[in-house]
Ligand binder design. Sequence first.
Ligand SMILES: *Cc1c(COP(=O)(O)O)cnc(C)c1O
Length: 457
Amino acid sequence: MEYLSTRNDKISFKFEHIFIKGLSEDGGLFLPKKIEKFSEKEFSNLKALSYVDLATEIIYKFIGDFCSKEKLHEIVKKSYSSFSEKEVVKIRKVEDLQILELFHGPTLAFKDVAMQLIGNFYEYYLSKTSEKINIVVATSGDTGAAAIDAVKGKKNINIFVLHPNNRISPVQRMLMTTNPSKNVFNIAVEGNFDDCQKLVKQMFSDREFSKSINMSGVNSINWARIVAQSVYYFFCYFKLGKKEKVSFSVPTGNFGDVYAGYLAKKMGLPIDKLLVATNENDILHRAISKGDYKTNKVQETISPSMDIQVASNFERLLFDIYNNDSKKVIEIMSDIKNNKFNLDQFSLKKIQKDFISGSLNEKEILETIKHIYKNNRIVVDPHTAIGVGAVKKHNGKNYVVLATAHPCKFPNAILKAIDKKEELPNHLKEILNQKEEYEVFQNNIENLKSYIKKNCK
Ligand SMILES: *Cc1c(COP(=O)(O)O)cnc(C)c1O
């Protein structure tokens, strides 16, 4: 499979390149030149597969000659052996909804599903070369922990994680900063997630710098993550065994997870609607419901992993909507930067064929958590609650809600909603007493660059 950039449709890359680089040098995102649908026969052969076998079949379509199918199967199997659910994910019926729990990995958020795989992809890649790699990644709270767990202690790889200082939950922070591995570096930036994301993008586009440290990216723009996430849409659909189309409600920040659903649909999965559920940082809700794509200031909410205004992966959708025209995308991205972009009616209609949207404020999130607990004795985390609440607002039928994090990562919100102390699972309790290690930095790229240069060996 060949890949291009959303900002240059003439170039052609292999999977290995786009996986290691993450982001294209022109600032664009990588996409396959063509996404093929499964044939009817292929599709029906997928139905009864285990999660690991299904993931192997789907991911193999995208990786070209990166590794053999047997090797891929081995890597996938190893990646999901650290999950507490045998089939990686779990489906639970809650009232008239299905909840797809994606948080049974080592750091209790759906980010583990893609990241564990990516860690082992790196290991395999590095076993074949003499390269050393430095990952630099921005996190709104969950990506960082998942990435650290995925590469901790691995050879020839360092990871630098930027998180917004004091804007993630203490449990989220401690999952990152108590990791004793020598190849892990935590950096708290005085700013919000968008600032962190911008710093990483700037470091990437500084070619001299990024070359000098052999910089690699694992943010949710990394195509390998999107592909890995598309698997659970298929798995869930097959497990439910419905004849009719299914819709998915997806708590959304950077538009990666819901885009994975869109990818699954493009591959032929009978999905009706993808519901983009946001918190008060509702740029995507405004864009999808009425074409208004103006960024506001980032607001801090009780669902910090979604406190984002610049949803990087939306660029992939725009590329698609504007018929793979990279010139047009460059124009739009510049307009977005200057905060003067609106979707025209024609493009909006196109988007609305696949997507709808909804947004919840804090009060609504807390009420949703409370309602679900009262009626079902199930505790959902604030992000998942947004997914549930958005379906209710639409009176949606036949919905699966993606449960993106374990509630114990957000004990304060749960306490506020249902007056219940949500405890960490036993194997994670120890982090609460461990020494934390992280550096605090001003939002200043030069200081950061020298810190990274000094510490990457
Ligand atoms: C990252 C994250 C999201 C948002 O996912 P995107 O792919 O960035 O849209 C939602 N919920 C939780 C718990 C997350 O960690």
